[in-house]
Design a protein around this ligand. Structure first.
Ligand code: PLP
Length: 504
């Protein structure tokens, strides 16, 4: 068999000359610079249907032969730039997906070019040290325990699930990693508020505990965990011979941005010897603000914290951290040392091998984009952006409260919820409540497809609400005013189409 490198330097199909790479790279960066500059002028989304997108992409079969890199890259740029939902648009208010820092895009390119494998220190010496430094910076940013450790993962689900497994290992008095759950494991119980994100169901399911092991704590009228109810359930379970091992408190719930009473929950967990985890996937970065110190009081006492830079630190996806007060809890829960790894080289080589701290072996250099952004703007830069986002959510809430056809419902961190209530609707009529839900749901769908503004929804007390979340450094006061104006205009139009005769 002859090969392309039998006698000389190899020429592989995927390789590229320095000149070609330079030309393609400059061309792409030019297009991206134009993309960023024109974002405010374009629609948030073209709202194209699945069939349209598939038709645009074309046939699904694998090409037998290749196409020049310049052609495929240009086509990919056309496809992605012209047929995406642009969450970096100033009028994107949906879910908790941030505008991504442009420096992060360049960071991802640098990371991919060098491609360090951040599973082992030896394979990623500078990258691992940058990741370690970034962990320290994040912990400092939110006032978490000095000496904390952690691991970078893909997103909030994973960050919380890693903490769940660390908690489970630390609170079992048998070797659960070898013996499995056994009879004792069936008694393990986890406690969290009804507003907790669904990662907790995934964790309970995947860990073998089952979702019935979750004890749901009621919330007060501000969607904060009722600690009295937590106490009652833990006592009840202890009496029944069960094993409470983990309490999850939220520092910013997914629907309304509520912060559970962290100090009170933390003290309870310490007294009861239960692992105290804070899901700060969304909200923890707001702990940087001195004016919110009282809300985040107790965060520093948590055994673990989940925090997603791809939410409120404006990092490109994917970037999340599990922080733990004592790093050994991660190695206790995840470490195995296979014979085929030779990463402990002796004195002078005591670097961190992240494959022992979590679920992945091979790991990308996700930390770079986060480290770059922290270095670019520092504590002050983040404090200012986060403070502005919170003020804008408040502006939306106040505008809704002041408008006769909007009902302002909640405002927590940078999330405002509200709904459209037509001025001429008799809200006391028997069918009015169902109709308002139907109308506001239709409104969210229409706005999401329309491309002028993008928001998502929340459901509170059976009421379907519009939900605007600002984790977007491009959003201005004018964009927020445009949001409420667009909601009212679309609301009136839909009401005229949908209102049943009985409610006319
Ligand atoms: C409080 C909270 N926890 C966890 C998650 C899950 O994060 P991800 O979507 O990055 O997995 C979210 C997502 O919005 C969240 O708001």
């Amino acid at each position: 068999m002859t090969t392309s490198h039998a006698n000389s330097a190899r020429s592989a199909a995927l390789d590229m000359s320095a000149e070609e790479f330079r030309e393609l790279g400059h061309g792409l960066v030019d297009r991206l610079a134009d993309y960023y500059a024109a974002l405010p002028q374009r629609a948030v989304t073209a709202g194209e249907a699945v069939d349209t997108i598939r038709a645009e992409l074309g046939p699904r079969g694998l090409p037998q032969t290749g196409t020049p890199a310049a052609v495929v890259l240009a086509r990919a740029a056309d496809l992605v730039l012209e047929h995406s939902l642009h969450n970096g648009h100033p009028r994107f208010f949906g879910y908790i997906t941030s505008s991504a820092a442009p420096l992060g895009a360049l960071g991802d390119m640098l990371a991919a070019a060098v491609n360090p494998n951040c599973g082992g220190w030896q394979l990623s010496p500078m990258a691992t040290e940058i990741e370690c430094q970034a962990i320290g910076w994040i912990a400092e940013l939110i006032g978490y325990a000095p000496g904390a450790g952690g691991i970078m993962v893909s997103g909030g689900n994973m960050a919380n699930i890693v903490a769940f497994f660390a908690a489970r290992k630390s609170r079992c008095d048998w070797d659960i990693r070898a013996a499995g759950l056994g009879d004792a494991g069936l008694g393990l119980r986890v406690y969290c508020s009804r507003e907790t994100h669904t990662w907790v169901q995934k964790a309970a399911d995947l860990s073998g505990l089952g979702t019935d092991a979750i004890r749901w704590i009621d919330c007060d009228t501000s969607q904060r965990m009722r600690v009295g109810h937590l106490r009652e359930l833990v006592q009840e379970d202890r009496k029944a011979g069960l094993r409470p091992f983990l309490v999850v408190a939220a520092a910013g719930t997914v629907s309304t941005g509520a912060i559970d009473p962290l100090g009170e929950v933390g003290r309870f967990c310490r007294d009861e010897d239960i692992w105290f985890h804070v899901d700060g996937a969304y909200g923890a970065p707001a702990a940087v603000l001195p004016e919110l110190a009282a809300d985040f009081d107790g965060l520093a006492e948590a055994d673990s914290v989940a925090l997603d830079p791809h939410k409120w630190l404006y990092s490109p996806l994917e970037a999340a951290w599990t922080l733990v007060r004592e790093p050994r809890h991660l190695t206790d829960a995840f470490s195995f040392s296979p014979v085929y790894y030779q990463f402990d080289e002796g004195e002078g080589w005591e670097g961190q091998n992240f494959y022992e701290y979590g679920m992945q072996n091979s790991r990308g250099f996700r930390a770079l984009k986060v480290w770059l952004a922290l270095a670019q703007v520092g504590r002050d830069g983040y404090a200012n952006m986060i403070r502005d986002d919170i003020a804008l959510a408040q502006r939306i809430f106040e505008a809704a409260a002041a408008h006769p056809e909007l009902e302002a419902v909640t405002c927590g961190l940078s999330i405002a919820t509200f709904r459209f209530v037509p001025a001429t609707l008799d809200a006391a009529a028997p069918a009015a409540s169902d109709y308002l839900n139907q109308l506001n749901q239709a409104l969210v769908i229409a706005l999401q497809r329309g491309g002028e503004v993008f928001l998502s929804n929340a459901v509170l007390g059976g009421n379907y609400l519009l939900r605007a979340c600002i984790v977007n450094f491009r959003t201005s006061g004018a964009d927020c005013d445009a949001l409420t104006a667009t909601v009212v205009e679309a609301g009136r139009r839909l009401d005229s189409e949908l209102r049943p005769v009985a409610l006319a």
